[in-house]
Write a protein that binds this ligand. Structure first.
Ligand code: ADP
Ligand code: ASP
Ligand code: MG
Length: 399
């Protein structure tokens, strides 16, 4: 069997943990499997590198940021190969350059688009465990890129797809995907399995357990993913196309604080207003998550958008610098908001879900600022301070 095993930051957080993970890898290797390991940076390393960069420069050049951040994963793979060597397991570490793993050139938000398999195949044929750096890529200029926070999951799935691996195991600090973040809802239930679509929605709206792009790729290439605990042998949760378990009404609740609401005030209530705003944002690579229009009675409208926290200062500055071009009066920023969503394949056919969700928020005295939906998800924007209570209330009412 060809197995891809990805271990997250907490799973390789210190020498002891690295040695334990190495023993796990050794077991699969000794059974005769080909093993590819994808690693994250140790524990808080990426956060520490980010704050170090900001101590030196409040707006670090993205190219240099990527050069810095990529060092975290490089440390992990080298140490893992040393730990494997100590167990007499032949292993080789490869970074994005050595694989090579090619990506787009958008620093900090690059997308992997081609993974060369020759070197990996050669190392596996020589019966070595191949330890690959997660999170990083190489653009067409040969520069290092990174693919977004939590991106090592995506590296693992991309490698599994390129190598046609039999399984892709994502090891983390929980033993599977739960109906809500177990840190917020202690009585959340572990799911035995979940469909790609439901997992994609959960991941996209804040269930940090899997990087959303990893689920997208797994669905596209039919990679069966399993989320497991790096400290135990518990079964884990399978993410796949069709689940055997009867589809539940709602499969999970997730929350996300990484969002800022920007309101563009008083743009003309006329054809082209939205176009001008979104043209400006998209030509500056600012991704917008949700859009809300408020009608007003003076021939003007307000447009509210949600953007991620790291994009917000850039979006705000850009909009303020272009007030005339977008014909707006001013821009108002609300940083203290959070998104809370419920996801489930059954939502589409059950209008009662929205009512129950709103009722749960009403009973908890939580004000809704914005609501938006997809076929299998309902999301509300609320004050950040209410986030955890909202998750617990919605979970108790619907799951
Ligand atoms: P890693 O460092 O292994 O990539 P992450 O911190 O990115 O781990 O993801 C694991 C964390 O995701 C868990 O500790 C858990 O608190 C959080 N989480 C959020 N939502 C969920 C969920 N629905 N099921 C399981 N874990 C979740
Ligand atoms: N080290 C990166 C991060 O902390 C990537 C990852 O862990 O998946 O976001
Ligand atoms: Mg992660």
């Amino acid at each position: 069997m060809l197995i891809v095993k990805k271990f997250g930051g907490t799973s390789v957080g210190n020498a002891e943990k690295i040695k334990n993970v190495a023993k796990r890898i050794e077991q699969d290797y000794r059974l005769g499997n080909d093993v590819i390991v994808v690693l994250s940076a140790m524990d808080q390393t990426t956060d520490e590198l980010l704050s170090l960069a900001h101590e030196v420069n409040m707006t670090p050049p993205p190219r240099e940021m990527d050069a810095l951040l990529a060092t975290g994963e490089q440390t992990s793979v080298a140490l893992m190969c040393m730990a494997l060597d100590a167990l007499n397991v032949p292993a080789v570490s490869l970074n994005a350059f050595q694989v090579p793993m090619m990506s787009t050139a958008n620093h900090l938000t690059a997308r992997l688009h081609k993974i060369e398999t020759e070197r990996i195949e050669h190392e596996l044929e020589a019966r070595r465990v191949v330890c690959i750096t997660g999170f990083q890529g190489l653009d067409k200029y040969g520069d290092i890129t990174t693919i977004g926070r939590g991106g090592s999951d995506t590296t693992a799935v991309a490698v599994a797809a390129a190598m046609h691996a039999d399984t892709c195991e994502i090891y983390t600090d929980v033993d599977g995907v739960y109906t809500a973040d177990p840190r917020i809802v202690p009585d959340a239930r572990k799911l035995q399995e979940i469909t790609y679509d439901e997992m994609l929605e959960l991941a996209s709206i804040g269930a940090q357990v899997l990087h959303n792009r990893s689920v997208e790729l797994a669905k596209k290439y039919g990679v069966t993913l399993v989320v497991r605990d790096s400290k135990s042998t518990a079964e884990g949760t399978y993410v796949r196309e069709v689940t055997k378990v009867e589809s539940m009404l709602a499969s999970g609740v997730a929350a996300d604080k990484n969002t800022v609401c920007i309101t563009i005030k008083n743009v003309p209530d006329a054809i082209g207003s939205e176009y001008r705003v979104f043209d400006l944002l998209s030509s500056n690579s600012i991704a917008v998550d949700a859009i809300l229009h408020n009608m007003s009675d003076n021939g003007k409208i307000d447009i509210s958008i949600l953007v991620s926290k790291d994009c917000a200062p850039r979006a705000e500055a850009l909009l303020n610098d272009n007030l005339e071009r977008i014909k707006a009066e001013k821009v108002i920023v609300d940083e203290h908001v959070a998104k809370v969503s419920i996801v489930g394949a059954g939502i589409q056919s059950s209008p009662g879900v929205a009512v129950k969700m709103f009722e749960a928020l009403f009973n908890s005295n939580i004000k809704i600022k914005m609501t938006y939906t997809s076929e299998i998800r309902i999301t509300v924007l609320i004050d950040e301070i209410d986030m955890e209570n909202a998750v617990r209330a919605i979970h108790a009412a619907l799951i």
